[in-house]
Design a protein around this ligand. Structure first.
Ligand code: HSC
Length: 694
């Protein structure tokens, strides 16, 4: 074996040259890998003892893409396009041996090879769009030449990888190797030589482009078909243009066009935010004061108390991960109802073809219902999902503490209550933690985990690992009013209401926030969640909110009653502005002695968003979140903040902290101390700092 670089080596086996890549954790195409592959191809070309070449990776995966940490830094080593061209130009057949994931630049490298083989578990895809860019090393030009334009458009704009079986079906690979991949790839390479098969250069092929050449409208049609999904995103639009270039231009020109479109994205704010977010998400899974080697508690069974909407949704996550769930309700009727809803949810997924019937049966077989809390005595973790009442929760936790085995984790799904206080109701406060799921709990990716003053490190580490197992993205926060997500949401809600009182209408505020990229504005969201929820909480606390109260007093609880801040005609979900609501709002302004005025979109945006940023700063000051990026992860995955704006804290950097600070000062002057900039924001502006480093 000859080391070419510290990441790539060359060896020969059975008359085949092996270029071996070893760049953990994911064999990204760092400069040393690019250099090594290029030199390896040259070495194999000059090595008379070999008649073919295999590109093979050590570790858990084939090349998972370009090295994202190199983006934005001065280029080093050969460009990836140059490396891929050298593979394609090799005088000896090159076979890419794929296991794990061949993603982005990894698949582009494999597309430079004359043949590709993979093991059955491999996945192949071009996920660059998720980073706000496009495949920039020939992927948009070569993939359509292999799988055809419709499939290439789908793969490149969605970023979703395909299985080895699918890749074989569409001709992206030549063989699925059973057993040892390296040996299989060598055998395949020898077969290519023995049978005198051609050196297939994908860049020369045009056959698969013909149907799109004959139907040039395909690109516009495709863009229309995904318009809703890609609203606000620039990358998918450029991806489509690049594939169009593959059809309309000769290969070398197509590559140039791809490069231009790539650079346009690379230099834009969206891609900066999306690349930042890639690392933010992975960072959020790590808790600064909990070492990586903290022992984990085995979680093989789960108990859930409460079979309502939340409890049922939470249960589904565990069932799908193969973890048996015992779900508890107070009455048989409520239990049956809860289990039936879970069954119906799965059945709907099966009927849409998104789940196999056997998978549903497996999930349902892992679910046990009971009305006896004692049945939780052996479970490894209990998640409480009952209604929000401190006394009731404390009583429940005291009971669970007596029933559950030593070392079992007791978690609460509360979104409002003090978890330190809940923990103190038990004799094991260090085993008590908040696991705040977002509704619908089987769909939303975020798991806001809440540590108390006493939660122990093993419990935290276990719950972070558990989140990943059940397909969630976790972020650890501390106890405070609303924790991180809802605390920030409340600041926005307060301003949204103030804007109504001063002159805006719900549709104005909602439109501005929708156009900003959020899935919906605060009033449409309130109608969806049910306006009565907040109304009852306010009544309990003796708090008044003139507009919201008047709307609820008319029984306008939102979509479920056909009206709220909007009208929903014929039981539909489309909000229509309602003059009755305008009357309520105008009356409320008058009674408060406020003269209504026209409010600009800019003011609506600033007054809704900048207080969120300011609250994020206070959360950081108080140590409730450990990083600005954790706040961003919470807002992207819990509230649909557009990922191309990175999250509120990354957005603050994109706008400029000084601008945010000065605008808050301006509103403080006109509207009072609600807008007073936090000490952290002031300090960061003075020191010229930023929250994120992109
Ligand atoms: C690309 O390929 C662009 C091309 O078109 C080339 C363009 C050329 C033009 C250039 C001109 C300038 N780089 O996710 P995990 C780290 S774009 C660096 O927890 P898993 C990750 O941060 C790329 N680091 O593992 C983490 O580090 P930590 C297209 C990368 O098993 C560790 O690896 N490819 C990295 O759950 C483990 O990651 C993609 O977008 C990368 N490319 O999932 C694929 N990828 O331990 C991105 C990962 O310090 N990667 N890391 O936190 C993934 O989707 C997932 O990581 C895998 C593994 C599915 C590979």
């Amino acid at each position: 074996m000859t080391a070419i670089t510290d990441m790539v080596s060359y060896e020969t086996e059975n008359g085949v040259g092996i270029i071996k890549i070893d760049n953990p954790p994911v064999n990204a195409l760092s400069a040393g890998v690019r250099e090594g592959i290029k030199s390896g191809i040259e070495m194999a070309g000059q090595d008379d003892s070999v008649s073919a070449v295999v590109i093979w990776c050590e570790g858990r995966t084939f090349i998972a893409g370009a090295d994202i940490t190199e983006f934005g830094k001065p280029p080093k080593g050969p460009a990836l396009n140059e490396v891929i061209a050298s593979i394609e130009m090799s005088s000896k057949p090159v076979v890419a041996a794929i296991h794990g994931t061949a993603l982005g630049g990894g698949l582009e490298t494999a597309l430079g090879a004359h043949y590709r083989v993979a093991n059955a578990g491999a996945k192949l895809g071009l996920p660059e769009v998720k980073l706000g860019i496009l495949p920039g090393a020939g992927g948009t030009q070569r993939l359509p030449r292999v799988v055809g334009v419709p499939m290439a458009l789908e793969m490149i704009t969605s970023g979703v990888p395909i299985s080895a079986a699918k890749a074989l079906e569409v001709g992206l690979i030549s063989e699925v190797v059973e057993g040892d991949l390296k040996a299989g790839a060598i055998a395949f390479a020898k077969k290519v030589v023995a049978e005198g098969r051609p050196l297939v250069k994908i860049s020369d092929q045009t056959e698969m482009l013909q149907s799109a050449k004959d139907n040039p409208g395909i690109f516009e049609e495709f863009q229309k078909s995904i318009a809703r999904k890609i609203r606000g995103f620039q990358a998918p639009v450029n991806c489509i243009k690049a594939v169009q270039a593959a059809v309309e231009l000769p290969f070398p020109e197509g590559l140039k066009r791809e490069r231009e479109l790539f650079m346009e994205l690379m230099q834009g704010e969206q891609s900066k935010s999306q690349r930042y977010f890639f690392f933010a998400e992975r960072q959020a899974a790590k808790i600064p004061d909990v070492p990586k080697d903290t022992p984990l508690i085995d979680i093989n069974t789960c108990g859930i108390v409460g079979a309502g909407t939340m409890g049922g949704g939470i249960a589904m996550n565990f069932l799908q991960a193969g973890i048996p769930v015992t779900i508890v309700e107070t009455t048989q009727e409520a239990l049956d109802r809860g289990i039936e809803i879970i069954r119906k949810n799965y059945a709907a997924t099966v009927s849409k073809g998104r789940m196999k019937q056997e998978a549903m049966d497996k999930c349902m077989s892992l679910l046990t219902g009971t009305t006896n809390l004692e049945d939780l005595k052996d479970v490894d973790i209990v998640i409480e999902a009952i209604f929000e009442n401190m006394d009731v929760k404390k009583e429940l936790f005291a009971k669970l503490d007596g029933i559950c085995k030593d070392g079992a984790i007791l978690a609460t799904n509360t979104s409002t209550l003090d978890i330190d206080e809940i923990g103190e109701a038990t004799k094991r406060p260090e085993y008590v933690i908040g696991l705040h799921f977002f509704s619908p709990a089987n769909v939303m990716k975020l798991l806001e985990e809440v540590r108390t003053k006493k939660t122990n490190k093993s419990v935290m580490a276990t719950c972070m690992a558990l989140a990943k197992r059940i397909g969630k993205v976790p972020a650890m926060v501390g106890v405070c009013e609303g924790f991180v997500g809802n605390r920030i949401l409340h600041r926005r809600a307060e301003q949204a209401t103030a804007l109504l009182m001063e002159g805006a209408l719900p549709q104005d505020v909602d439109r501005v926030l929708f156009d900003f990229g959020l899935p919906m504005g605060p009033f449409a969201m309130s109608d969806l969640a049910g306006n009565d929820v907040g109304w009852r909480i306010r009544q309990g606390k003796g708090v008044k909110s003139p507009i919201a109260d008047a709307i609820c007093e008319l029984g306008r609880f939102g979509q479920k009653t056909g009206s709220g801040y909007y009208l929903y005609k014929d039981g539909g979900r489309t909000p229509t502005p309602d003059p009755v609501v305008e009357e309520i709002i105008v009356k409320a302004s008058k009674e408060a002695g406020i003269e209504r005025r026209s409010i600009s979109d800019e003011e609506i945006l600033e007054r809704c968003i900048y207080p969120m940023i300011n609250e994020g700063c206070k959360i950081l000051e108080e140590g409730i979140a450990s990083r600005a990026s954790d706040i961003d992860v919470i807002w992207v995955y819990g509230y649909g903040w557009p990922i191309y704006r990175g999250g509120p804290m990354r957005y603050a950097d994109a706008v400029g902290l000084e601008k945010v600070y000065n605008t808050l000062l301006k509103y403080q002057e006109s509207h009072g101390d609600f807008f007073k900039p936090s000490a952290l924001l002031e300090k960061m502006v003075k020191e010229g700092q930023t929250f994120t480093n992109v």
